[in-house]
Design a protein around this ligand. Structure first.
Ligand code: NAG
Length: 137
């Protein structure tokens, strides 16, 4: 069936699904989970408490304190433009470091909706088939 009506309906569906940039995405749109683990411990020994504070342009995810080997996760739906960005500060002892813990363009194809990060003194490592480590910003 090739008809203007069909084209119109298709167009309408696309507009309804993706039209509003701040609207909620439909429930079938996949959910990404980002997990980060305090890996500041020294070879199985105890280590410093890690204070994590993540935000996006729209959301402030609050302050979370992680003991060594503990993790914290949050969930979201990436936007269709792949421009979703979550940035965090990481504090321990007297230092503050910053890192983009989720960058759609960098991470979507690598994480497959489950991004696991280890937080170490010199930066963050994304786990997976290929472990990728990044220095602090
Ligand atoms: C990430 O963590 C989840 C939950 O613990 C686990 O199921 C998944 O296999 C992990 N993925 C990688 C690549 O480490």
């Amino acid at each position: 069936m090739r008809s203007p009506q069909k084209l119109y309906v298709t167009f309408l569906i696309i507009v309804l699904l993706f039209g509003s940039s701040h609207g909620k995405l439909p429930p079938f749109w996949p959910i990404t989970v980002v997990t980060m683990t305090n890996c500041l411990g020294n070879k199985g020994k105890s280590g410093p408490l890690l204070t994590v504070h993540c935000k996006s342009k729209e959301d402030d995810l609050g302050v979370h304190k992680l003991a060594v080997d503990k993790n914290y996760h949050f969930k979201f739906q990436t936007n269709i433009w792949r421009s979703t960005l979550f940035f965090c500060s990481f504090k321990w002892n007297k230092q503050v470091k910053r890192f983009d813990i989720f960058d759609g363009l960098r991470d979507i194809d690598e994480c497959h909706y489950q991004c696991n990060w280890t937080i170490k003194a010199d930066g963050a490592c994304r786990l997976g088939e290929k472990i990728a480590c990044f220095p602090w910003k």
